[in-house]
Design a protein around this ligand. Structure first.
Ligand SMILES: [Zn+2]
Length: 342
């Protein structure tokens, strides 16, 4: 009998498809990028993703932008590819029903996501499944073709593309620049910067969302008056997925040497859209947010602290109120105003 494993939904991380998977050969995408394509992607989806990445490889970015080098660790396209290579490893379509792919259990859909759902372009399933494995203390695997991939690291890089990715029923026309921005954005969701809090793992066990946005770079609800008011489509912290996507698109619009004017304009619009969702942009521009931390950690923070607290409580369990000596406070009868010295 399958043991049910809840998959806690984090903002726009998850989406759920309808059609069962089929197995087969996993397709390598490009020698410079270790992304593997799921066999159940259509030929159109595969060729679109391949074409997008070839376009990215060909774009000659040579920036002098400080944010770009801090985020991507270099000044050109090669740095973006290395950044993606570390964080995007598998691409699966929305049609995949996750329950058929996860080893050691099944996944229960959360209403939280379906009720808050906008059009899903892509979701970082790898981060969500890693967090699920921690909260359920299970070693989860995910089947891609004939391979079972362990979900034991936040950077396992399992990205699910939504129906809007290739250009479905959306108002926005998707094109190469938008899709590449999306992949750069999703890649940032693979970072658990600073590690995951034990308190957040405890929260997920009881169906609550984690509170630390840095692990998974989770989104917050956009405020009143924002274009995406009421949706989890904004960043409340610096250097999250929208910031990184914005830095990438801004670099294309400003510094791509061999892009067409039309592509640069599209990248500019995409960059502006990304930055419009960063609620702390002014702080970042003023330098108050500090430099981006682009690291990722699988360590659990606070596990030891929790055990120490339990020990401390156990050692004081015989302590009673009357054992505590209160210091007496002298109360004066004088009116307050007479004692004021200024
Ligand atoms: Zn996101």
């Amino acid at each position: 009998m399958n043991q049910k494993i809840k998959c806690w939904v984090l903002g726009v991380f998850l989406s759920f498809g309808l059609v069962a998977c089929k197995s087969g050969e996993v397709e390598e995408l490009h020698e410079r990028l270790s992304v593997k394509l799921d066999p159940s992607l259509t030929q159109k989806e595969k060729s679109t993703i391949r074409g997008d990445l070839l376009e990215l490889f060909s774009q000659n970015i040579a920036t002098k932008d400080g944010w770009f080098s801090e985020v991507f660790g270099g000044n050109g396209t090669e740095s973006v590819i290395e950044y993606m290579d570390a964080r995007v490893n598998y691409i699966i379509p929305e049609r995949v029903k996750l329950v058929f792919r996860v080893g050691f259990g099944s996944i229960v859909e959360s209403e939280f996501f379906t009720k808050n759902k906008t059009v899903t372009v892509a979701s970082n399933m790898g981060m969500a499944l890693w967090l699920t494995s921690l909260s359920q203390r299970k070693r989860l695997t995910f089947r891609i073709g004939d391979v079972s991939v362990p979900m034991d690291d936040p950077r396992n890089g399992l990205i699910q593309i939504g129906t809007a990715y290739i250009g479905g029923k959306t108002k926005t026309k998707m094109d190469t620049n938008v899709r590449n921005n999306t992949l750069v954005h999703e890649a940032r969701h693979s970072d658990c910067t600073g590690g995951v809090y034990q308190s957040d793992i405890d929260r997920m066990k009881v169906g609550e969302l984690p509170t630390n946005p840095l692990c998974g770079h989770t989104h917050v609800m956009c405020p009143d008056g924002h274009d995406f008011e009421g949706y989890y489509a904004c960043d409340g912290h610096a250097w999250g997925a929208y910031s990184v996507g914005g830095v990438f698109s801004a670099a294309i619009s400003k510094y791509c040497e061999n892009c067409t004017e039309a592509d640069r304009q599209k990248a500019l619009i995409e960059g502006l859209d990304s930055f419009s969702r960063v609620l702390v942009l002014d702080k970042m521009k003023d330098g108050l947010a500090g430099a981006p931390n682009m690291t990722s950690s699988r360590s659990v923070i606070g596990r030891n602290a929790r055990e120490l607290f339990r020990d401390m409580r156990a050692s004081r369990k015989n302590l009673r109120n009357r054992d505590i000596n209160f210091i007496e406070v002298e109360v004066s009868d004088e009116p307050l105003k007479d004692r004021v010295s200024y």
